[in-house]
Design a binder for this molecule. Structure first.
Ligand code: HEM
Length: 328
């Protein structure tokens, strides 16, 4: 069962740093593994994007959710089926920022033996919350990597903790990330048809994110960490001067190890949708195939007979039987 294999993976991802921290392997946990993971992430990400970017895409793939621009008297849908660069930018923005195509998600049920389709927004809502809160947390983390702290990180932290629940303040994004990741995981486990198509590579990133968020919350609210030591460690990575300060806890090493595992996992599988969405031909190409002729550059040369040539050849016969012609 993929879920048990994934759980085993996560148990190892928690136990290994705990064991290594108690054995005193701080250099391995704090420097070697995170730096190697970052290198794999950057190299793997760039590699996959370059491979996609080099794939030829000779044709447009219009998606049928809106009318394509054609004749002047037929109203076109500029956002769903854009025919120019600005429309493509708008469609891409709506897709990336608001997950627009997922918003159209439907569910199918059997009603009196017949399939019926209904709206469902849960996946869109929790999927969006998951990504938005993840982004907010990453931006807030910039305070650990910058001195003086970038103003954006402080402003975001102030907004995120505006309800001032507890000391230190509980961030809303942390709650949202936990809730959304738990929903996305439970959905895969509880709904039989989703469980049927779920693999370990679907469960593992979600479990890793839950571990990262859980250990982060532990560090912030219970097993407090020396943030000055963390900043010293992080500036060592950035300046290529590895430093191992005192005061790093076992929970911090679990946090860092799970982040490293996620970084290595990223370019290997479906998490690459982050880079892939920008290279997806159904999203990034203007749908102008009714106005422009796109010719596949590696087609063998073919003698074509265009409509103009056809009309030129048969104009008299067409007129004789009353067919409309372009040129009189
Ligand atoms: C995928 C990347 C990461 C995610 C999703 C993540 C997530 C979290 C979350 C949810 C928290 C709880 C408190 C908060 O939101 O600030 C947290 C705290 C923390 N994280 Fe991360 N983290 C990531 C990467 C890192 C890295 C690379 C470091 C090492 C510099 C780090 C160090 C910390 C520390 C020190 C805390 C405690 C902050 C405090 O006490 O206020 N995190 N993390």
């Amino acid at each position: 069962m993929p879920i048990f294999a994934s759980l085993l993976f996560i148990v190892i991802a928690i136990l290994f740093p705990l064991f290594a921290a108690s054995a005193g392997w701080h250099g391995l946990l704090g420097i070697v593994i995170p730096c190697a993971a970052w290198a794999v992430f950057v190299f793997g990400f760039v590699w996959r994007v370059v491979v996609w970017a080099r794939s030829p895409v000779p044709f447009r793939i219009p998606v049928t959710s809106g009318q394509q621009r054609s004749l002047s008297w037929i109203k076109a849908d500029a956002a769903e089926n854009p025919s120019g660069r600005w429309g493509v930018a708008l469609r891409m923005f709506l897709e990336v920022a608001l997950f627009r195509s997922l918003f159209r998600n439907t569910r199918t049920d059997l009603y009196k033996g017949r399939p019926v389709y209904g709206r469902t927004k849960n996946l869109w809502l929790f999927g969006w919350l998951f990504h938005a809160s993840f982004l907010v947390i990453l931006v807030r983390h910039l305070r650990l990597f910058s001195e003086p702290v970038v103003p954006m990180a402080d402003t975001l932290a102030a907004v995120d903790g505006m309800f001032e629940i507890g000391v230190p303040t509980l961030y809303l994004s942390d709650l949202c990330l936990l809730a959304a990741a738990a929903f996305l995981l439970l959905r895969r486990i509880v709904i039989p048809r989703v469980r049927y198509i779920s693999l370990a590579q679907d469960y593992i990133p979600l479990l890793l994110v839950l571990c990262i968020a859980g250990s982060g919350l532990l560090m912030r609210h219970f097993d407090k960490i020396d943030l000055v030591a963390v900043k010293e460690l992080a500036s060592g990575w950035i300046c290529f001067v590895p430093t191992l300060p005192e005061g790093l806890t076992a929970v911090f090493f679990v946090h860092l190890f799970c982040v490293s595992a996620l970084l290595v996992w990223f370019p290997l599988g479906k998490l690459m949708h982050m880079g892939g969405v920008f290279l997806s031909p159904t999203r990034n190409l203007a749908n102008d195939s009714r106005r422009r002729r796109h010719v596949n550059p590696w087609n063998a040369p073919v003698k074509v007979h265009t409509y103009e040539e056809y009309e030129e050849e048969f104009r008299n016969q067409m007129k004789a039987v009353g067919l409309p012609v372009d040129k009189e």
